[in-house]
Design a binder for this molecule. Structure first.
Ligand SMILES: [Zn+2]
Length: 77
């Protein structure tokens, strides 16, 4: 398992997510984002708004960059 925080995944808080793969990590982050969206958390709404302004190419590049970041993380103890 590896851990990344909401902030590391373009979010707005320090909530950690643990996952075995980057896909799982992305899913957990998205799920959390949806919950925060439903609660109308302003910080997360701003973060999502920022991400939504990226072009598909920029989004892809961001995603790949985060995948590399995930791969380079040490395994949780
Ligand atoms: Zn968050």
């Amino acid at each position: 398992m590896k851990t990344m925080t909401c902030k590391q995944l373009a979010g707005a808080c320090d909530q950690p997510f643990s996952a075995n793969s980057f896909e799982e990590m992305a899913n957990k982050s998205q799920q959390h984002g949806k919950e925060m969206f439903q609660q109308r958390d302003q910080a997360h709404l701003d973060a999502m708004n920022k991400m939504s302004k990226l072009t598909p190419e920029e989004m892809k590049a961001w995603f790949e960059q985060k995948r590399v970041e995930f791969d380079s993380l040490p395994e949780d103890k």
